[in-house]
Design a binder for this molecule. Structure first.
Ligand SMILES: NC(=O)C1=CN([C@@H]2O[C@H](COP(=O)(O)OP(=O)(O)OC[C@H]3O[C@@H](n4cnc5c(N)ncnc54)[C@H](O)[C@@H]3O)[C@@H](O)[C@H]2O)[C@H](O)CC1
Ligand code: K
Length: 493
């Protein structure tokens, strides 16, 4: 069975609010949603832990309201529950929930009242400023206790859309129980670490929201993976070209080329400046080699290619910009990386004007900043930044990082969650560019190719683990591909 779409979907805080509002407008009272949320959270807690003493920290908003509901359900099951409130209920639903909690309400003890388990229901999606006062004191006092903290919706102090601290202290939890869909904070690097395990409780909201923000895994693109047909021949499996740098910087392009071949492109050709031919020739076997001197010659050589990689150690400057322009005039889907991105730092719009919707930009945050100045700095929310970048550039944008985000100009966005620190090694990005282009060469649609390439790349790194260098990555692809191949008719549950 494929992972149900709803489990892969991610919703921004605003989309979640809209879904919530749509449900109440359609006649489901907000308190019904809160009751389902709190009850579901209590059940998630009971599934994970046997009966034990619990302190529930309640805030004044609806997150606190959920806390009062959790308290009621756990006490009903015989759990010793102590409720501590940061402030009296301030929202109508929180007031409703607090009234139904028949036990005592103690003032928040910022020094952490002793208990086996603590539930952080101080703030959730509604928080838009750093924690302060006793909540902040408590977050600091609870710093070493994350193993026995359950966060409701998000750990308090963490921004739901960025996963970053809102400034100052924030809670860390062993389990975060959220509602309807995961939010960016549950998947983006910092937030993911603060959340611990994430459980999603169904509170009966319908499938509103854009629904185009998802976790990147094979259920997203596996059905469209470009497996060769029984009567395949090499030319039918896709032609890929990769542009080499000058003689002293050729390794990066060869990494891309090898990766493209490993991922299944039938014919891969390294297009090399004359001065780099000898060194390239000395290091190639199945990858072919062809010389080009001018951008016109490059365009001619790329004319029959389905995809092209330009950028890895290509050199920053006019020549690379001209070469990119030449490739953009062919029918090939371009994967634009590294030096090709930086070559347009002075005029990003000129780059965007040359590209199509099926081209892919693969910037790391530094290169992203050069092409989209201020975008990441103004909004540290990587998802929104990548989406805006894709819209501006009119191409696929893959923003690299521990939580790589892939965005298409039409709004489709995927967050890659299988990354690991082993990928933080020189040349790993060159392999990624080759994987993506190799898939695009085989006719995979570029957004799918970017998602599949990023996922396979990260799987390869996890397979290897410590000691990984970029040269290892293409050789690991067959293991990952074999698993995908074996699962194609029998997907794992
Ligand atoms: N469909 C759903 O998503 C459901 C969510 N539930 C829970 O509700 C919270 C969100 O509740 P909300 O009341 O909007 O926000 P919080 O409880 O996180 O905090 C609001 C609280 O804090 C005050 N506040 C926040 N920022 C500021 C600020 N900058 N300055 C001053 N005061 C601020 C604000 O005024 C409020 O008092 C969600 O996380 C879920 O846990 C539902 O229960 C189920 C449906
Ligand atoms: K919380």
């Amino acid at each position: 069975m494929e992972t149900p779409v709803s489990l892969r979907q991610i919703m921004t805080v605003a989309e979640m609010k809209a879904a919530d509002a749509a449900a109440t407008a359609a006649g489901t009272p907000a308190t019904t949603l809160m009751e389902r949320a709190g009850k579901g959270a209590a059940e998630a807690i009971r599934q994970r832990w046997s009966r034990r003493s619990v302190v529930i920290w309640c805030g004044p908003g609806d997150n606190g309201g959920d806390g009062y509901v959790v308290a009621r359900h756990l006490r009903r099951r015989g759990w010793p529950v102590r409720v501590e409130a940061l402030a009296p209920p301030a929202s109508p639903s929180c007031r409703w929930a607090a009234e139904r909690w028949r036990g005592e309400v103690h003032p928040l003890n910022p020094a952490v009242s002793p208990a086996d388990l603590h539930v952080d229901a101080l703030f959730g999606a509604g928080l838009s400023r750093p924690l302060d006062g006793p909540a902040e004191e408590l977050a600091r006092a609870a710093e070493g206790l994350s193993a026995c903290i359950v966060a409701i919706d998000t750990p308090s102090g963490v921004h739901g859309d960025t996963g970053q601290s809102l400034g100052g202290a924030a809670f860390r939890a062993a389990l975060t129980v959220t509602f309807h869909r995961r939010k960016p904070a549950h998947v983006l690097a910092h937030g993911r670490a603060a959340c611990g395990a994430v459980e999603v409780v169904d509170i009966g909201l319908s499938d509103t929201g854009a629904g185009d923000l998802v976790e990147n895994d094979p259920s997203l693109w596996g059905a469209r993976f470009p497996w060769p047909s029984d009567d395949a021949h090499k030319h039918a499996r896709g032609r890929l070209v990769v542009v080499s740098g000058e003689a002293w910087s050729t390794g990066a392009a060869r990494l891309s080329a090898r990766a493209g071949l490993r991922i299944g492109a039938g014919v891969v050709t390294l297009l090399s400046p004359p001065g780099a031919l000898a060194v390239n020739a000395a290091h190639l076997e199945a990858v072919m080699l062809a010389p080009f001197d001018t951008d016109a010659e490059l365009a001619a050589l790329a004319d029959r290619a389905a995809a092209a990689v330009i950028g890895p150690a290509a050199g920053v400057g006019e020549a690379t910009a001209r070469n990119l322009t030449a490739l953009a005039g062919t029918g090939a889907a371009l994967v634009v990386d590294a030096d090709a991105l930086t070559s347009f730092a002075h005029a990003p719009d000129e780059l965007f004007a040359r590209l199509d919707r099926d081209d892919v930009l693969t910037p790391h945050p530094g290169e992203f900043e050069r092409l989209f100045p201020g975008l990441l700095k103004a909004s540290p929310e990587r998802i929104a930044a990548a989406r805006e970048a894709a819209r501006r550039a009119g191409t696929i944008v893959l923003l690299k990082g521990p939580d790589t985000v892939i965005a298409a100009p039409d709004g489709r966005t995927a967050v890659n969650l299988n990354g690991s620190p082993w990928l933080a090694t020189a040349g790993s990005g060159d392999v990624l560019a080759g994987f993506i282009a190799g898939l695009a060469a085989q006719g995979m649609e570029s957004f799918d190719a970017a998602c599949a390439g990023a996922w396979i790349h990260a799987e390869c790194a996890s397979l290897h683990g410590p000691g990984l260098i970029a040269e290892d990555l293409p050789g690991l692809a067959p293991v990952v591909l074999k698993r995908l191949w074996d699962q194609r008719n029998h997907p794992l549950p």
